[in-house]
Write a protein of this length. Structure first.
Length: 63
């Protein structure tokens, strides 16, 4: 199990045969959804939260 260091847990980096294990997260919704703007903003906020909490290396893009 891997999680934030809470409840007495300790972080553990998982090394695979080609380096650290990374699990991509994706957001998808129906094109033209009426809440498109709100969904995009929520995804943006989650992206920034993860980068702030775990470091910019969690991002898979060049940002």
């Amino acid at each position: 199990m891997s999680d934030d260091p809470r409840f007495g847990l300790r972080p553990l980096a998982v090394e695979g045969p080609t380096g650290p294990l990374h699990l991509p997260l994706y957001a998808a919704w129906v094109q033209g959804h009426h809440a498109d703007h709100a969904i995009r903003e929520t995804v943006r906020q989650i992206t920034h939260y993860c980068a702030d909490r775990y470091g910019p290396g969690v991002r898979g893009d060049a940002h």
